[in-house]
Design a protein around this ligand. Structure first.
Ligand code: HEM
Length: 406
């Protein structure tokens, strides 16, 4: 009961019923659900060989923040900033407030908060130009892109993920306050997935097109994960236990998606909407059969479908995807048409498409190129932001993220 109650923040009859179920006679939405089942007490480690937030079981909420360094930033100012932000992160992720925190109570429910730092080209050129990985540069231009500079590359990435939005908001505030003498916010990309306990276990989560998303993906513990993300076995890691993040902001036009019927939607991806099974199978994890033909002799899974086009048998071209949804008021950016102008739709919806890989140029770019050439899903999706960050290793207790590079 406690976990379900914690997720029931909506209004209306259903959540009202949920609250009284949890809280007995009182309908007051207090936070008193008992400590035993309190999900808020769960923590993810901050110190360690690798940064948390990459292989961590994804939390319900995220804020991907890009900071641009102030003019006059130097190796020395970066060291000071990373030291302060790492100390903050080490405390906040463990449910402790930094000493001067004016709202220390908001740190009491860490809710698996993770803080992951990433470096853009400018940071690497300031602290360790010779060690800057060759792939740390803007991705090549793709014809489907309608990039808006306000969502593009920044200097420092601060990726916050947390199962509780209030805790996340507080951590964000603390980190931004402590970064403001060094850098300014370029963008903040807020994302969400299902909250804890909301879904049936076993099925991958759904995106805002209603699709089961995340089925074929080298998850931690699976065969390819290590080499895909950390460059073992043949991949060339830029630094041990470091990786890269490609962050693409992709508008999803749910207004025109509304106009497509179920067969058209399933044809575009090659999977069924009801359960994510391939069109040639009956369960989510069935292997798609790309050779199977329908009664008219056409492939059951179309050659232009998203899974056909994004699939690769080349083990050197795999990525680890970790996506969050966004859904914002229309006034902010509006539904965009394919040509990039305002469509007058009622949606400002999409994916914060994050992928981690040892080398984005070798692993991500070939996939994105194929999708650029042909992918039926492009009918409804438009990349509007793009950034690449080097994700340095984690740090030992008392250290700071990136200290190996100084
Ligand atoms: C698979 C949706 C963008 C790479 C899938 C699947 C869905 C999906 C529903 C099938 C289930 C699964 O295996 O996860 C979307 C949506 C996108 C998007 C809605 C944009 C809004 C991208 C991009 C890339 C990508 C930009 C990489 C450049 C992949 C890969 C797979 C996949 C590698 C697995 C293919 C396989 O079966 O081997 N996507 N996707 N997707 N997608 Fe996407």
């Amino acid at each position: 009961g406690a976990v379900a109650g914690a997720g029931a923040t909506g209004i209306g009859a259903a959540s009202a019923a949920g609250f009284s179920g949890v809280l007995g006679s009182s309908d007051r939405p207090t936070s008193d659900h008992g400590d035993a089942a309190r999900h808020g007490l769960q923590t993810e480690p901050f110190y360690g060989a690798r940064q948390a937030g990459v292989a961590t079981l994804p939390q319900a909420f995220s804020a991907f923040i890009a900071l641009d360094l102030n003019k006059g930033a130097s190796k020395d100012s970066l060291r000071r900033m990373l030291r302060v932000l790492s100390d903050d992160a080490a405390a906040l992720t463990q449910g402790r407030a930094p000493l001067w925190d004016q709202e220390p109570w908001l740190a009491e429910n860490p809710s698996r908060l993770t803080v992951t730092f990433g470096f853009g080209p400018k940071v690497m050129s300031l602290i360790a130009a010779a060690r800057s990985p060759g792939w740390l540069k803007p991705l090549p231009a793709f014809t489907i892109d309608r990039l808006q500079d306000r969502w593009n590359q920044g200097d420092v990435l601060v990726q916050l993920c947390c199962d509780d939005k209030l805790t996340l908001a507080h951590a964000q505030r603390v980190l931004l306050k402590d970064s403001r003498s060094f850098a300014a916010v370029r963008w903040i990309q807020d994302g969400f997935r299902n909250t804890v306990g909301a879904t049936v276990s076993g099925q991958s989560l759904r995106n805002l097109f209603g699709q089961v998303d995340g089925t074929v993906n080298p998850y931690p513990g699976e065969t390819d994960h290590e080499k895909v993300v950390y460059g073992r076995d043949g991949f060339d890691p830029w630094i041990e236990n470091g990786t890269s993040l490609v962050l693409r902001r992709i508008h999803m036009n749910v207004d025109t998606w509304d106009e497509a019927d179920t067969p058209a939607r399933e044809d575009a991806v090659g999977r069924k909407l009801a359960d994510g099974a391939p069109l040639t199978g009956s369960q989510e994890h069935d292997e798609p059969d790309f050779e199977a033909k329908g009664p008219l002799g056409f492939p059951v899974i179309a050659s232009y479908s998203h899974i056909r086009r994004s699939r690769t048998d080349n083990p050197d071209e795999k990525i680890f995807r970790s996506v969050y949804n966004y859904d914002l008021p229309v006034a902010d950016a509006s539904g965009m048409s394919r040509s990039g102008e305002i469509s007058g739709g009622v949606s400002n919806t999409g994916l914060i498409f994050a992928s981690y890989q040892a080398d984005p140029v070798k692993q991500f770019v070939p996939i994105q190129k194929r999708l650029d050439e042909m992918d039926m899903l492009n009918t409804w999706t438009v990349p509007i932001g793009s950034a690449v960050f080097a994700i340095p290793p984690g740090c030992e207790e008392g250290g700071f993220v990136g200290d190996q590079l100084f």
